[in-house]
Design a protein around this ligand. Structure first.
Ligand code: 5CA
Ligand code: ZN
Length: 416
């Protein structure tokens, strides 16, 4: 159901000694820049996927482009990459939207997942190796909850009708080590980010829903826990552990997922496996529109698909997003697309120019920028410099144009 077209990534000549041979990223958990390459040849990354109840907006696209760059840099370092992404294909916002519109929830999820997949293809995002739905993962979710139960970290709410299962958060080892929020801050963020601090019967307002008992009019699945459906955090913990194993290299998502989502996933994984979920927790910044974080729930959106229907070149959309550092919070304005178009035209013009300066030092500069916490804006400026210099002084390196086009494609995902 969730096929996603492969993207061709051209091979580049190996980097020289003037380029560091590791990718460093800012790890939210330690607050430090860390080398995220594994010792083995196989790099493993999990990125939190969409909840498919509305179309892909530029905030989502920005987040998936950031982690697309991680995969590209790893490949350029000669690593094999295993990339897993989930799709939260059953959850409250999705069921609520289906209720409002009268559409079947399964159909809504499938339609929006399909649209997301097409948007990602347009933007030349390398597909995950495992693109996994919550619904198809219910057996792993149930197994993991049982494991947590064995560890004494699980309880049922004292409620005859809906004895939902909860994760005993406060006593979990390492709880707080991802987001570093104090309890006060956690409580204030929790409700805004999908938590239910007010639910009567919880032992601690910060405890996280693991398994929601069936309610009238809601989908549910039979299990040893009773008929119900998965909570949100346990979905990602189960999918990540099943498809990547423990202590994988990068857990990624937007900064809105630091707490509670990634904090809960991390605590659940440590309890269940005795090992950290991931070696680094990496978060992309939030894209805003009209002064507020772009969000499906608020409706202040600019959509990849809308820009495409208006005739935007997907490579210009990609360039416009890459012109912001992945960790910065920024606001979308239409003039950014115009500027990206002009840049794309300049770069494409260079392709037809026939003569250029050597590309070697520019490609080294792009690699240095990207390997140092994914500084895509600096990599774009390096290409600008090469294009401008080539046009100004001309050049006599006939292979340089092709080499540069390959590097722009492999490292930045821009097909000229
Ligand atoms: N299904 C969950 C993750 S398991 C979820 O958060 N879905 S989502 O559709 O709301 O968001 C999908 C991804 O886009 C997440 O990684 C989220 O952090 C990121 N995201 C959401 N809004 C923005 C935004 N305005 N700017 C940047 N990234 C965003
Ligand atoms: Zn997630």
């Amino acid at each position: 159901m969730y096929a996603w077209a492969p993207v061709d990534v051209p091979a580049l000549p190996p980097a020289g000694d003037d380029v560091p041979d590791r990718l460093r990223l800012l790890d939210t958990a330690t607050g430090e820049s860390v080398a995220v390459d594994p010792d083995a040849k196989q790099a493993r990354m999990y990125v939190c996927g969409i909840t498919p109840y509305d179309a892909t907006h530029l905030g989502h696209a920005n987040t998936y482009l950031a982690f697309d760059l991680v995969g590209r840099v790893w490949r350029d370092l000669g690593l094999k990459v295993t990339y897993t992404q989930n799709v939260t294909d059953v959850d409250d916002p999705l069921l609520e939207r289906a209720q409002e519109t009268g559409q079947e929830w399964e159909e809504l999820a499938e339609d929006q997942t399909e649209l997301f997949r097409r948007d990602m293809e347009d933007l030349r995002v390398i597909p995950p190796d495992h693109y996994v739905g919550a619904v198809e993962s219910i057996p792993s979710v149930v197994d993991l909850i049982e494991q947590l139960d064995d560890a004494g970290a699980v309880y049922q709410i004292d409620d005859d009708e809906h004895p939902d299962w909860y994760f005993r958060t406060a006593t979990a080892p390492g709880f707080g080590d991802v987001s570093h929020l104090d309890r006060e801050q956690m409580l204030s963020v929790f409700a805004d980010n999908g938590g239910d601090p007010e639910r009567p019967g919880k032992q601690d307002p910060l405890d996280a829903l693991l398994w929601r008992f069936a309610r009238a009019g809601e989908p549910s699945w039979g299990s040893v826990l009773g008929a119900g459906r998965p909570g949100w955090h346990i979905e990602c913990t189960a999918i990540a552990l099943e498809h990547l194993g423990k202590a994988f290299d990068v857990q990624g998502g937007g900064s809105d997922l630091k707490f509670p989502h990634h904090e809960m996933c991390a605590a659940q994984a440590i309890l269940a496996t005795g090992a950290p979920l991931a070696r680094a927790f990496v978060h992309s910044g939030m894209v805003a529109l009209d002064g507020e974080k772009m969000s499906k729930s608020k409706g202040n959106l600019e959509l990849v698909s809308r820009l495409r229907h208006q005739g935007a070149d997907p490579m210009a959309i990609r360039l416009a997003l890459l012109d912001h550092h992945y960790r910065s919070d920024w606001e979308w304005t239409p003039d950014q697309l115009e500027r990206a178009n002009e840049r794309l035209e300049r770069w494409r013009g260079m392709l037809n120019n026939g003569s250029a300066m050597s590309a070697t030092s520019t490609i080294a500069e792009m690699r240095r920028a990207l390997r140092d916490d994914l500084d895509a804006p600096a990599a774009l400026r390096a290409v600008d410099g090469w294009v401008g210099g080539s046009l100004a002084v001309g050049g006599d390196d006939p292979a340089a144009i092709e080499e540069m086009a390959r590097a722009i494609d492999a490292l930045l995902g821009i097909r000229l």
